[in-house]
Design a binder for this molecule. Sequence first.
Ligand code: HMG
Ligand code: MG
Length: 309
Amino acid sequence: MKDAVRVVEVGARDGLQNEAAHVPAAVKLELIERLAAAGLRTIEATSFVSPRWVPQMADAPEVLARLPRRPGVRYPVLVPNLQGLERAIQAGAREIAVFTAASDAFNRRNINCDVAGSLARLQPVVAQARARGLWVRGYVSTALGCPYQGVVAVAEVVRVAARLAEMGCEEISLGDTIGVGTPRAARDMLRAVAEAVPMAHLAVHFHDTRGQALANVYACLEEGCRIVDASVAGLGGCPYAAGASGNLASEDLVYMLQGLGCETGIDLEALAAVARWINARLHRSPVSRLARLPPGKIFLNPRGERHGA
Ligand code: HMG
Ligand code: MG
C-alpha cells in the first residue's frame, strides 16, 4: 500500500468543540500553527455554528482571521447554515464543511431538524458557497450507528452522501460519530457509498470509543479510501452524542500509515510533540498510544521507513 493518504486534521474543531472549559483563541491558533509545522496540510480550523449551541466555537471569526496563511495548507471550517456561511466568508474562509447525519434522531439533537430538513437547509449553503468559489466538504454523521435510534441503514447513509455530492460537495466524510463500527461494517458501508459517490471523493471519520478506529481505517484503506480524518491527541467527541469519545488520534493513524508505506508528508515525532503539548495545555492525560511514549522513542515496525533513536 504505497499510495499517498491525505490526513484531515480535525482536532482544532471536532476536538476542541467538546472541551467544557474555555480554550483561549491564542491556544487554538498555536495548536493549528504547530499542526501545520508538523506537516498537516488540511486542518479543519473552527466552526461557525451557533455560539448558543457550542460556546467553545464562539471565537471562530477571530481564530480564522488570525490564522497565518501558509502555502499549501488548507483551513476548512464547519458551517451549519447560511448565517454560518456569511460569517465564515467574512472571516476569510476559502473552504467549508457542511454537516448532517443519516439519522433523524441525532440530527434533531445536533442541528434541530431532521435529515430532510437539514438537506433542504444545506442546499442553498452549498450552492452559494460554490458560486462564490469556495471548496465544500459534506459530513454524514452516524454512518455506522446512532446514539438515539440505534441501527442506521446503510441505504440511508448512501442516500444522504449521494444527495450531498449532487448538491456540489466535493468530498464526503463518512462519520462513525459514536465509534460503534467494526471493520467489516465500515468496509461494507464504504463500499456501498462508493457505488454512488466515487471513492476518490470519500473520506472516513472514525471515533475510537470502542478501540476500533484504526482497524476500521485499515479496512477502508484496503477498500481504496485515501482520505482519513483524525484528531491530534485523540481530542474530541461530539457535544450532542453522549458517550462519544475522541476521534482516532492523528499520531496513532500516522504511525500506522507510515508503517504501511503510505505517504503523508507528516513528521511523526513533531506530531506526537503537538499531542503532548495540547494535552499539557488542556491538563489531560494522553489517550493516544504515541503521546504516551517519551520523546524520541517512536520506533516504526521493521517494515516501516523510519526507525527512532
Ligand atoms: P436553531 O436554534 O434551530 O437555529 O439551531 P435558529 O436559526 O433558530 O437560530 C437560533 C439562534 O442562533 C439565533 O440567535 C440565530 O441568530 C443564531 P438569536 O436570534 O436567538 O439571538 N444562529 C447563529 N449564530 C451564529 N452562527 C450561526 C448561527 N445560526 C443560528 N451559524 C443550528 C440550528 C444548526 C444553528 C444549531 O443547532 C447549531 O449551531 N448546531 C451545531 C451543533 C454542533 O456544532 N455540533 C457539533 C458539530 S457536528 C459533529 O461534530 C460531527 C462531525 O464531526 C462528524 C462526525 O463525527 O460524525 C462533523
Ligand atoms: Mg467527529
